[in-house]
Design a protein around this ligand. Structure first.
Ligand code: HNI
Length: 147
């Protein structure tokens, strides 16, 4: 089981309590689709993804980015039980959506970069270490039901 110090818990809670989901969610997902264009294949029904500007202004991508970011709320609320918390979502991404689990890491990296840009100097090495630990646990949990 993953252990969290009080300081790590405070850092994660403070990042998420001040997070603007409607800004960060769309930016993280659209960055992932632009930087790693093969991830677009899962969003064939999401309309125009023709170029970076189309992706950034696509309302379906924006809405989904917000939804995915809210998907992380469950991990924030269940930090001691992240693997079980994502069991169902892992099955969905594996068996129904057929998302290659390598992509979870790519999206997590884009989210880290967007949050770093937003927090600026407040994104200290300690904050980065904690945030990356948090997303690594989520990524592992989302991949846990693949076989
Ligand atoms: Ni993901 C649906 C959460 C990574 C492709 N995804 C969801 C839903 C949540 C969610 C929540 C809605 C589920 C439902 O309908 O009940 N996804 C997350 C989280 C991460 C993640 C927390 C990682 C941090 N998803 C990814 C990645 C891809 C992805 C990396 C593809 C590159 N997800 C999808 C697709 C859907 C989806 C596709 C279905 C979208 C739709 O509405 O058709």
């Amino acid at each position: 089981m993953v252990e969290w110090t009080e300081q790590e818990r405070d850092i994660i809670n403070s990042i998420f309590s001040s997070l603007d989901y409607e800004d960060i969610g769309p930016k993280a997902l659209s960055r992932c689709l632009i930087v790693y264009p093969w991830t677009q294949r899962y969003f064939g029904g999401f309309g125009n993804l023709y170029n970076a500007n189309a992706i950034k202004s696509n309302p379906m991508i924006a809405a989904h980015g917000i939804r995915v970011l809210h998907g992380l709320d469950r991990a924030v609320k269940n930090m001691d039980n992240i693997k079980a918390t994502y069991a169902e979502l892992s099955v969905l991404h594996s068996e129904k959506l057929h998302v290659d689990p390598d992509n979870f890491k790519l999206l997590a990296d884009c989210l880290t970069i967007v949050i770093a840009a937003k927090l600026g100097s407040a994104f200290t090495p300690e904050v980065q270490a904690t945030f990356q630990k948090f997303v690594a646990v989520v990524v592992s949990a989302l991949g846990s039901q693949y076989h």
